[in-house]
Design a protein around this ligand. Structure first.
Ligand SMILES: *Cc1c(COP(=O)(O)O)cnc(C)c1O
Length: 422
């Protein structure tokens, strides 16, 4: 497309009143800090600056009290006990600590790990690292709806299997895995179960007892808390999980994760969990309605659109849709006052289709035409209207320029066309 056409596209979209631009609708990537979380954190950035590990004075005690309270708030949200919460810098570190920590600790028992191809890179790359160190990893495929088949996990288990790592909810397509079923299977087989819970904790009910989860990673900034802080739940009873630490030092966090605690961050994470627990029900209802409303608008106005991922087992705020016969990059350019993610991942110089969408069986061009909408706490109905109207408008305009779309509309079977190279 020429630059002139692109500029024309940008300038000719419908005007909406009452929304402030740009609009943020990328809440799987990160979320805004909730003002109530900031308020809870502020005293710990100024007055209460003690080191939570300083046991012999008031400054340390006050900081430790803040940390203890956060431990309770987090534990309550996932039905754990405070002692089972290990603070980290986020879920990347949590996933590394859980998977490498188990792999090293239980090496005598076995060297096999089971995961799935649609995990976050923090899990996949950790597994790849372990493969180089002599571990065996099974990367299970997913079904066309994005869910993992529990039968396939059962079949993959060998006497060498020490860990299963399956995410609670996927960050691109929003599908929620059958975690309780997988947990029951792992428990029965006496295999540890790690769950990347980043997209689920605080959004949908997560219960480590009911789900038989042994290790659960979470991250503050995905739930309206601060960036650079997270937690790893490590089960203490039935079974008592042990980990080889990945960061050594002063023996903080029961020796599993040394380093002076990020007290303001931890207090913020705790507050974010408390709010999430209190507001989960209402927020789920509101976001599900907004999401379904947006989806219905797309489906009413456009043909050749489809949803990616099972919609029954789905996060409230997630919508991943393919707008076939438009080029994802042009689409994003046409909606450049809206922050969403596309089905393309910029890896170095090339634009790669998302490996998650590819795992569902989508072709490269369909994957590239996909958009992930991540609705969150601060999105309004007016914003949803603006975003959907602008997107529909842009898709219609781009399709007017698309020879492929024209051919499809004329009833030409694209499969039968013999393309000639120029
Ligand atoms: C964001 C995310 C992570 C990584 O969290 P960080 O806070 O960036 O370390 C891991 N897993 C999933 C599913 C995520 O969405």
């Amino acid at each position: 497309m020429s630059l002139a056409t692109e500029i024309e596209l940008l300038e000719s979209t419908p005007a909406h009143k009452g929304v402030q631009l740009p609009i943020y609708m990328d809440n799987h990537a990160t979320t805004a800090l909730d003002p109530r979380v900031l308020e809870a954190m502020l005293p710990y950035m100024t007055k209460i600056y003690g080191n939570a590990a300083s046991r012999n004075h008031q400054f340390g005690w006050e900081a430790e009290q803040g940390v203890d309270k956060a431990r309770e708030q987090i534990a309550k949200l996932i039905n754990a006990t405070p002692k089972e919460i290990i603070f980290t810098s986020g879920a990347t570190e949590g996933n590394n600590l859980a998977i490498k920590g188990v792999a090293e600790m239980y090496r005598e028992k076995g060297n096999h790990i089971i995961t799935q191809v649609t995990e976050h890179k923090a899990v996949l790359d950790t597994c790849k690292h372990l493969e180089k160190r002599g571990y065996k990893v099974t990367y299970l495929p997913v079904e066309a709806d994005g869910l993992v088949d529990v039968k396939k996990i059962a079949e993959a288990i060998t006497p060498e299997t020490i860990l299963v790592s399956i995410m609670y909810a996927n960050n691109e397509i929003g599908v929620i895995n059958p975690i309780a079923e997988i947990g029951a299977l792992c428990h029965e087989k006496k295999i540890l179960f790690h769950v990347d819970g980043v997209q689920a904790v605080g959004k949908i009910p997560v219960d480590v007892q009911n789900d038989n989860i042994d290790l659960l990673s979470m991250s503050g900034h995905k739930i309206y808390g601060p960036k650079g802080v997270g937690a790893l739940y490590v089960r203490r009873r039935n079974p008592r999980v042990q980990l080889v630490s990945q960061i050594d030092g002063g023996g903080h966090e029961r020796g599993m994760r040394s380093g002076t605690l990020n007290v303001p961050g931890i207090v913020g994470l705790g507050k974010a969990c408390e709010i999430a627990g209190e507001e989960m029900e209402a927020e789920t209802k509101r976001l599900t309605e907004l999401r379904d409303y947006m989806k219905a608008k797309f489906e009413a106005a456009l043909d050749y659109v489809h949803v990616n991922g099972n919609m029954e087992h789905h996060l409230p705020g997630n919508l991943n849709m393919s707008f076939v016969y438009v080029e994802g990059e042009s689409l994003l350019m046409g909606i450049n006052d809206i922050a969403v993610s596309s089905g393309s991942a910029c890896t170095s110089a090339t634009l790669e289709p998302s490996y998650v969408l590819k795992a569902l069986g989508l072709g490269d061009d369909v994957a590239h035409s996909s958009i992930r909408f991540g609705l969150g706490r601060f999105n309004t109905k007016e914003e949803v209207d603006y975003v959907s109207d602008k997107l529909i408008d842009t898709v219609l305009k781009l399709r007017e320029l698309s020879p492929l779309y024209e051919m499809v509309k004329e009833g030409i079977d694209l499969e039968s066309v013999e393309w000639t190279a120029h």
